[in-house]
Ligand binder design. Structure first.
Ligand SMILES: [Zn+2]
Length: 440
């Protein structure tokens, strides 16, 4: 007898959606079909869609070392409330940064104690540390993150061209991807003054497209797998998509804030909506949506990057850049994608689960099929909610999405069969597990 049957939902499978029950046994999906036999525990999912759990490939939970900014305990709860079951933590802004095997071990141990969702870890690619990559690969990192401009943290310096090229060659040998923050150091200027407009103009679109073009050339030369994080413009997406059509192994990520907000919102909200690359003009948001609808975006990740309130106060240019959106990523896609643009839920599942699992070689994750982990999110697409501080599970209740109304509500999140979030409450009883890419 299964431990759990999720009864009567519309199950979003890669090939299409079906009305079916999902039986769960020992944390895995045992069977999908109509009228499955009873279980000790049943979940009434009539009227709900059942999707694979959100795999957020891009978060900064800042643990160990900066848990006063977020931490995996609160960050993973926010992820669960947003329908997520697995995250990959970036090598910064934990401290020390995760740039060698010792720090990978330290972070893994800390997150095994704190996280309620499963997790993987990114290693860092910084100047002088290419020789550390093999050991980090041995520890099971999902890939290596590099910055093509100042990262905002002196202890995580940008990768110059030589580091980036050497790092990609090494990553290709290790058969792991390199993720780049693609803004060109040479094209990011010092803000002329201290206002919002000065900041926005200091990080122009060309800084992104130039950096993407250069990273694509290095990937082509070295044969590396390239993952471009947080692409903020349709132009950037198309540039990478063209290279992919010519054979470059590249995946393209964008974030919910570029799909929801524009630079007018930065003017309105201030530093709460400050990030890099910055939010763009409305025409860029539209072009980004068009590129996504056309199928050129592979992955949507949150780039959840919170800090403490004092770091967001005062002078705009000096304020910390980073948007806390881990809980809002799926709601953004359901509201503006599914409802406004008829983006099928199968495509949303592809962007937040199917492709993340495939790209980063997560066995038994990302799709709803027998034998896979029962990582699931139950979504009510009919109801809506207005996000308030009380909803937020993150450490500091700071988010540009507060006050925004979303059509679509996450009713429950299950991680390996355990209900970790239900009807507004975190219900997890056990901790998440470290996951690593499966061998090729
Ligand atoms: Zn980031």
């Amino acid at each position: 007898m299964p431990d759990l049957v999720i009864r009567g939902g519309t199950v979003v499978l890669s090939g299409g959606s079906v009305r079916a029950d999902v039986a769960v046994e020992d944390g895995r999906i045992a069977e999908i079909g109509p009228e499955l036999a009873g279980a000790s525990h049943e979940f009434d999912a009539r009227g709900l869609f059942v999707l694979p759990g959100f795999i957020d490939v891009h978060v900064h939970f800042n643990e160990p070392g900066r848990t006063h900014w977020e931490g995996a305990a609160t960050g993973s709860r926010a992820l669960a409330a947003g329908g997520g079951t697995l995250f990959f933590d970036m090598p910064l802004n934990s401290t020390p940064c995760c740039v060698n095997a010792r720090e990978v071990d330290r972070k893994r141990a800390a997150l095994e104690r704190a996280s309620i969702t499963d997790f993987g870890l990114w290693g860092g690619l910084v100047p002088g540390a290419v020789s550390e990559m093999a050991d980090m690969a041995g520890r099971g990192v999902v890939g290596f993150k590099a910055f093509m401009c100042d990262s905002g943290l002196p202890e995580f310096p940008r990768a110059d061209d030589e580091t980036l090229r050497d790092g990609m060659a090494e990553a290709a040998r290790l058969r792991l991807p390199v993720a780049v923050h693609a803004e060109s150091h040479d094209k990011v200027r010092l803000p002329a003054n201290r206002a919002v407009r000065d900041f926005l103009e200091s990080r122009p679109v060309v800084a992104e497209t130039e950096a993407i073009g250069r990273a694509l050339e290095f990937a082509r030369d070295t044969g590396a797998s390239l993952h471009i994080v947080h692409v903020s413009t349709g132009r950037g997406v198309l540039l990478a998509a063209e290279a992919r059509a010519r054979g470059v192994d590249v995946s393209i990520e964008t974030c919910p804030h570029y799909l929801w907000f524009t630079e007018a919102d930065v003017e309105r909200l201030g530093a709460i909506a400050k990030c890099a690359p910055p939010l763009r003009a409305a025409e860029h948001r539209e072009a980004l949506w068009n590129a996504l609808i056309a199928g050129h975006v592979d992955i949507v990740g949150s780039d959840h990057s919170p800090t403490e309130p004092s770091m967001k106060a005062g002078d705009f240019v000096g304020a910390w850049g980073g948007i806390a959106g881990v809980q809002s990523t799926l709601p953004v896609l359901v509201d503006r994608g599914y409802h406004d643009r008829r983006l099928p839920l199968e495509r949303i599942a592809y962007l937040v689960a199917v492709h993340p699992a495939r790209r980063f070689r997560m066995a038994r994750k990302g799709t709803i099929e027998p034998g896979n982990d029962a990582d699931l999110v139950l979504i009510d697409t009919v109801s809506s909610f207005t996000l308030s501080e009380e909803h937020l599970q993150q450490r500091h209740k700071i988010s540009p999405y507060i006050g925004e109304t979303f059509r679509g509500v996450v009713r429950a999140t299950l991680r390996r069969g355990e209900t970790i979030f239900e009807d507004g409450h975190v219900t997890a009883q056990t901790c998440g597990r470290f996951v690593r890419p499966n061998a090729l």
